[in-house]
Design a protein around this ligand. Structure first.
Ligand code: ADP
Ligand code: MG
Length: 382
């Protein structure tokens, strides 16, 4: 069975082709087109620009995916698309294309929850040659890859730009949401603080880079909502903002302005001046902020795994690219005798391979969608 999946929930257009047989699955194409540059000058994602770009990118990606997979669209068995959560006008593009192809070629259709794509991605076992692993997250990947389909019960932390949630996973399509963020998502906190510091977008990789070699104990940032299964990161963001003037740094605007570009930051002098002279301060600030987020994510995840008596912890979503988070989550898990599974960096951020994988597992379990099924910007996991 060959599945073609489209992912257009936000500002990334992605297409993947996954083939499954009795012995496993092989990914034949995974193409991603990022729109970061198109939205950067507006200081955030503009929905109409995102949907217009999906329309421009999707046909090209479909072509590229089909040729990478050495197949024709008419040979695909099932067309899948992300149907929520996300921006309505973006979701509609991917779902409409998948439905159009389904009708045109007389095939089957399946709508997939974006969050389920992330949640199942740690089970997408990667046997890609190591030379491909250094590909950037937004690069195209066309390779054969084995993937296993058994979803072991696990405690899943989905941590991305739009979501931070803890889910007790009992098996495919059997999910219990046990905690979520009450304000900012962890990735959003990384992005906003990076903007304050005059670093680039997305902020997570920038902060991770500057945090290397920094002292994570130099600044004592809050770890909010201890003991709760929910998360809150907006106080942490505010704490960084209030600290900056005290250490002689002028923060660039957090919201509503475009902030300071990396070039301006490196050029100075209108940008965080003392950082230009004091890289140690920037490194310590980034390391302390990153550690505050990691402490909260690791503590709550491990506590939840123990409470729900599961012996496997998984993490997925863009923030799970963070090497320090993975290392500390791995260490904390093994101290408690819990297995830990992360996701290959290229599979952490938004992509269509995870949507195709979720679709293949669901098809095998007998799920299928009607063409009348709507997209749902507020789709929940459980
Ligand atoms: P969403 O689907 O919610 O838009 P993604 O799953 O694509 O989000 O993840 C994007 C988010 O991941 C951004 O907020 C980005 O800053 C964050 N991110 C990416 N890489 C890292 C990293 N190495 N460390 C921390 N955060 C990261
Ligand atoms: Mg995502």
């Amino acid at each position: 069975m060959t599945v073609l999946a489209l992912e257009t929930s936000c500002d990334e257009t992605a297409v993947a082709i996954l083939r499954g047989d009795r012995s496993g699955h092989a990914l034949f194409a995974s193409e991603v087109a990022s729109q970061v540059a198109a939205h950067e000058k507006y200081g955030g994602i503009v929905p109409e620009i995102a949907s217009r770009n999906h329309l421009i990118h999707a046909p090209r990606l479909l072509d590229r995916a089909a040729s990478a997979a050495k197949t024709r669209l008419s040979e695909i068995d099932v067309f899948a698309a992300t149907t929520g959560p996300g921006l309505a006008s973006s979701l509609m593009i991917g779902a409409s294309i998948a439905k159009g192809l389904t009708i045109g070629f007389g095939k089957r259709y399946l709508g997939i929850n974006h969050l389920e794509g992330h949640l199942l991605s740690p089970f997408f076992v990667d046997a890609t040659p190591s030379s491909r692993k250094s590909e950037p997250c937004d690069g195209g990947v066309a390779s054969t890859m084995r993937a296993q389909g058994d979803i072991k019960p696990n405690l899943s932390l989905i941590v991305s730009g739009g979501h931070t949630m803890l889910v007790a996973v009992r098996g495919l399509a059997n999910y219990q949401l046990i905690g979520h963020t009450v304000d900012d998502a962890a990735g959003e906190a990384f992005d906003k603080v990076a903007k304050m510091l005059g670093l680039g977008y997305p902020g997570g990789p920038e902060i991770e880079k500057y945090a290397r070699g920094g002292d994570p104990k130099r600044f004592d940032f809050p770890r909010s909502m201890p003991g709760s299964e929910n998360f809150s990161f907006s106080g942490l963001k505010t704490a960084v903002r209030y600290l900056l003037p005290k250490i002689g740094v002028i923060p660039s605007e957090v919201e509503g302005s475009r902030g300071v570009t990396k070039e301006e930051f490196q050029r100075g002098p209108s940008t965080p001046l003392c950082f230009a002279r004091d890289n140690k301060l920037l490194a310590d600030l980034c390391a302390s902020f990153q550690q505050a987020i990691i402490d909260v994510l690791v503590t709550k995840t491990i506590e939840a795994a123990q409470k729900y008596r599961v012996d496997l912890v998984t993490i997925s979503g863009g923030v799970s690219c963070n090497q320090e988070l993975r290392r500390q989550m791995g260490d904390a898990s093994s101290r408690k005798g819990i297995e830990f599974r992360g996701v290959e960096p290229w599979l952490c951020t938004d992509n269509a391979a995870m949507i195709a994988f979720a679709a293949l597992l669901r098809l095998r379990a007998g799920f299928e969608s009607q063409l009348t099924e709507e997209i749902n910007p507020n789709l929940t996991l459980a």
